[in-house]
Ligand binder design. Structure first.
Ligand code: KG4
Length: 338
């Protein structure tokens, strides 16, 4: 069963054709990075406009690359939440128009569910249940994936997401957008023990994260150095900062894995591309005897294929939408489209 999928939640306009939730027949991503670079981050209005300009050819190319026409497509899946609302609406309205005109079912997909589903493409043997650490630009959470469409949140960030903190640290250090990716590269040459950053705990919620204090401490470190006329080594600061973020991610995930007696761990989201996180979580999994699944690097960032993968399982589950489907800037992974 072939699903045409559309993604426009942030700064990538993407579409794909995916067969039976696991086989990618095409995957077209038009990135807006160059356009946002000069502003140091994503400008929502510019993102929406660029999605509008690009969505038509991106979808056509996805069909073409898969050697398909709309006739061959069983359903149209689209990311409708969470994300930048103007950006989401471009994809949602395009998908609605296509579903109406071609008389195809419309399948709404939660963005974080699709990040997790990137693993079903990478690992054909992966099936729920499993524990998942989702680390993206806008969200950070630990959840139990009981089934393909059944999620339970174990812990989440109380403030900033890990990706957001990485981006902010990079910006403070004068590292160009996209911050997280470039910080990862620069930090490879740094001393991860040079600076001690705080390791925040959330009282009474052992599985919850907090990254805003960490973000503030890197800003303070940079400003203090600037005031004293001292030059900081960006590689050392970056490496120490990444180390502190990864410490926190691993600490809470390990606690959740142990207390819930889970043996399978899956990583998902843009920050799962981070080299330190990948390396350290592999070591942790080995130490505890967990089976670990990491998404292929090409599927860590936003893409249409992961939407097609999750869209397949939502479709099988009967989670369809009519033409009143809307976008939502925020939405819980456990209760999509409510
Ligand atoms: O999951 P994603 O594509 O966006 C959302 O769905 O929110 O994640 C984007 C985030 C950005 O904050 C970006 O800086 C971060 O993932 N990121 C990384 C790396 N690659 C992307 N952070 C650290 N190291 C990386 N290699």
């Amino acid at each position: 069963m072939k699903i045409l999928s559309i993604e426009s939640s942030c700064d990538e306009t993407a579409a794909a054709v995916v067969e039976d939730g696991r086989e990618v027949l095409s995957n077209v991503v038009s990135t807006q990075i160059e356009k946002h670079k000069i502003f140091g981050g994503v400008v929502p209005e510019i993102a929406s406009r660029l999605h509008t300009e690009n969505i038509s050819w991106v979808v056509s190319k996805a069909l073409q690359d898969a050697s398909c026409t709309l006739e061959d497509i069983e359903a149209i899946a689209v990311t409708n939440e969470p994300g930048l609302i103007g950006a989401l609406l471009v994809g949602v309205n395009y998908a609605k128009g296509l579903a109406f005109s071609a008389d195809k079912p419309l399948v709404p997909v939660h963005h974080l569910r699709s990040h997790i589903a990137a693993n079903y493409i990478t690992h054909k043997d992966l099936k729920p249940p499993f524990m998942c650490l989702v680390v993206s630009g806008g969200n950070t959470l630990i959840c139990k994936v009981n089934d393909y469409t059944d999620f339970e949140i174990i812990g989440k960030t109380r403030d900033d997401a890990a990706g957001e903190a990485m981006d902010k640290a990079a910006r403070t250090l004068g590292i160009p957008y996209p911050g997280g990716v470039n910080l990862d590269k620069i930090a490879k040459n740094g001393d991860a023990n040079k600076y001690k950053f705080p390791h925040p705990k959330v009282d009474g919620s052992p599985y919850d994260f907090s990254f805003s204090g960490l973000k503030t401490s890197v800003i303070n470190l940079c400003h203090n150095a600037e005031q004293k006329g001292e030059e900081l080594n960006a590689a050392d600061v970056g490496a120490s900062f990444i180390n502190a973020v990864v410490d926190s991610l691993i600490e809470k995930t390990t606690l959740a894995m142990n207390n819930y007696n889970e043996k399978t761990l899956v990583l998902a989201g843009g920050v799962s591309a981070n080299s330190v996180l990948r390396e350290r979580i592999k070591n942790e999994a080995e130490k505890h005897g967990w089976k670990l699944y990491l998404p292929d690097l090409s599927l860590c960032g936003d893409n249409g294929a992961m939407v097609g993968a999750q869209g397949y399982f939502e479709y099988i589950n009967g989670s369809l939408a009519d033409l009143s489907l809307n976008g939502r800037a925020t939405a819980d992974i456990t209760e999509p489209n409510s």
